[in-house]
Design a protein around this ligand. Structure first.
Ligand code: CA
Length: 635
């Protein structure tokens, strides 16, 4: 049989009553209670032939501390004031309008320099008017100034690795160890013991961002459960929800191909999308799910919200042959799902699995892989697909550009700044800042869906501070400089706030880069040419420049966008990326009776029309400076 147990609290010895449940002919167990149980907590006890298991409801929507018992909550009381009236945070008209920013909830606020009061909390993300000691805007204001359209937050459903009852002791985790899929994480709330507080506070966050025109995307980890055998999915229906084969390397892999786990995913995601007014989901290790499930999810969620953003890690990991995995290779089978593009990630800065190996910005390496990202992984006649390195699927993915989630830094692996320091050692800081601008330019000027890692706009580093290095503590997964004086962490999922937090002093030091990223985002938003959505449009409007014909040196990468063909306010745009240490001479092509305008020299946007380089005649020769992505346009 199955029993419902009602408790006074989320933990402890305070059972109120035990009620036997009945089995309906459909297979659903139920019990009818004709009084309000608002504020109580509950569990289910499943009686199997040899044992009894008491566990939290796998469908729990609220819970007590550490997610041990479900909380009974009247959801109408969880809405912040104005919730129903507020506009949904639809950002932009099309998926390609999105500029996504990936952030861990704690990282934004936890450092002293943030000037934020609710450190490490959902509420810390919504404080406005916060500044560092030098008066630089931090937190929400910083993101609004930057111009992002979506904030993608690392797992913020209830996870297990942080003890919510001991929040006074230092704890940090990315949260890729799901505990309760339908409930927000308690350690990010001001009171994890209360069933409604975490819900209310997450909703307040979503509301505040909606008001700022920013949608929230939740990172979801349905592919595995740590210690799965002992958690609700494992104890409720032993053996059913997990595969025998394990590829995640992080506990039990779930079985999306099984009917009731597929339904569980669809139901849970639909609930989040509707109840919390989210804008989308990022699927962790999506290659462990199957294509049918991802399509069923997309169909169900699009019925709730037409412009929902769905993307994930379509890595090849699954080899058991019992389902069709949701990978890049099978992207065409899931036209509504985006995939992180590892080809462009590694093309820009060099591969993530070899700290010293250079990428395009260092020496012109991996040019075809970069082009593959620039076109948004669609079919294009100027790309030699056999030379596209760094992805399991070096063929056109789909006919929509946003299937390609373009990035070069994310929470995983070494940061861009740190990789730059390992590939080219002992250069002046300004040199690295320039490479940072170049790398981010390539992401934001590519067709597809761009995503930035929080803090990369101020050259985020995960270098181990000298005083910690001096303690000779053991660190694993570290990239060392060749003189062994600098060590950079690759995987900081459970490392202290000290390494993970955003350093707002650094934001101030690197404000020149911040401003540049701001300008790039604004340029992208203003010009349709950078936001083409179909392969057809890309082939019509975007072409790579033949270096020989244009008199450019070989490794320079140049492309042009025909603005008149894609509804852009500019007639023509030329983008030239020079990875060399010396100038590349470029003769500007015919501009009819108009002029070419220099939009940016790769270091600064030229906003001042009295600048002598603001207007250039056809045929004039311009020196493309080293390590820049320079942009010209006919306005
Ligand atoms: Ca938790």
């Amino acid at each position: 049989g199955v029993y419902l147990k009602i408790y006074n609290d989320g933990v402890g010895n305070n059972l109120v009553e035990t009620l036997p449940m009945e089995r309906h002919w459909t297979g659903v167990w139920f019990v009818e209670i004709l009084r309000s149980l608002d504020g109580y907590f509950y569990t289910f006890t499943y009686e199997f032939s040899s044992q009894k298991e008491e566990t939290i409801d796998i469908y729990a929507k609220a819970c007590g501390v550490n997610g041990e018992r479900g909380a009974i909550v009247d959801f109408s009381t969880t809405n912040p004031e104005g919730w129903d009236k507020d506009a949904d945070p639809h950002a932009g008209n099309s998926i390609v309008d999105a500029v996504i920013y990936e952030l861990h909830v704690r990282d934004l606020s936890v450092d002293e320099s943030s000037g934020i009061q609710n450190k490490g909390k959902f509420l810390g993300l919504i404080e406005t008017g916060t500044k560092n000691s030098q008066g630089i805007s931090t937190g929400l204001d910083h993101m609004v100034n930057l111009g992002i359209t979506h904030l993608h937050i690392l797992p913020s459903y209830d996870y297990g690795s942080v003890d919510e009852s001991k929040l006074d002791t230092p704890q940090f985790n990315w949260g890729y160890d799901p505990q309760n899929y339908g409930v927000p994480e308690g350690s990010y709330s001001s009171d994890p013991f209360n069933g409604t507080v975490r819900i209310k506070e997450l909703k307040s966050l979503i509301q505040a961002y909606a008001k700022a025109g920013i949608g929230i995307i939740l990172d979801v980890v349905f592919n595995h459960v740590r210690d799965g055998l002992y958690m609700s999915l494992g104890t409720s229906v032993p053996g059913y929800f997990y595969r025998i084969e394990g590829y995640s390397g992080a506990g039990e892999d779930t079985a999306s191909e099984r009917e009731m786990f597929r339904k569980f995913m669809i139901d849970t995601l639909s609930f989040w999308l509707k109840e919390y007014k989210l804008s989308g989901f990022r699927f962790d290790l999506m290659g462990l799910h199957d294509t049918d499930t991802m399509n069923a999810i997309s169909k169900a969620l699009k019925n709730i919200r037409k412009d929902v953003l769905l993307y994930g890690e379509g890595w090849q990991m699954y080899n058991a042959g019992k389902m069709v995995p949701a990978t890049q290779v099978n992207a065409a089978k899931m036209p509504d799902i985006g995939h992180f593009n590892d080809a462009i990630r590694c093309a820009i800065k060099g591969p993530v699995f070899n700290d010293q190996e250079p990428g395009f910005i260092h020496n012109g390496n991996r040019k075809e892989a970069l082009k593959f990202g620039i076109v948004g992984a669609v079919e294009h006649p100027d790309i030699e697909y056999s030379k596209v390195e760094g992805t399991a699927a070096a063929t056109p993915w789909t006919e929509t550009t946003w299937t390609s989630v373009n990035y070069t830094e994310i929470h995983d692996n070494i940061t861009l700044n740190d990789k730059l320091h390992l590939v080219e050692e002992n250069k002046p800081e300004e040199y690295y800042d320039q490479l940072q601008k170049m790398a981010i330019s390539l992401i934001l000027l590519s067709e597809g869906m761009p995503i930035l890692h929080a803090g990369m706009e101020f050259c985020r580093t995960k270098e181990i501070p000298q005083q910690i290095l001096d303690t000779k503590e053991e660190f694993y997964d570290v990239g060392w400089s060749s003189d062994k004086k600098h060590a950079y962490l690759r995987n900081t999922y459970n490392i202290t706030d000290k390494i993970n937090n955003l350093d707002w002093k650094r934001c101030e030091e690197k404000y020149d880069v911040v401003t540049y990223v701001q300008e790039l985002i604004s340029l992208r938003k203003q010009h349709a040419a950078f936001r083409l959505s179909t392969g057809k449009q890309v082939r019509e409007c975007l072409s790579f420049i033949d270096n020989k014909k244009a008199g450019l040196t070989e490794q320079v990468l140049a492309w042009q966008l025909d603005g008149t063909k894609c509804g852009d306010s500019w007639e023509k745009i030329i983008i030239i990326a020079n990875p060399f240490g010396s100038d590349a001479k470029y003769q500007l092509p015919e501009a009819g009776n108009k002029h070419w305008s220099l939009i940016t020299d790769g270091s600064h946007f030229i906003n001042d029309d009295s600048n002598p380089t603001y207007q250039l005649d056809s045929g004039s020769v311009f020196n493309i400076r080293p390590k820049t992505v320079t942009i010209f346009a006919i306005k």
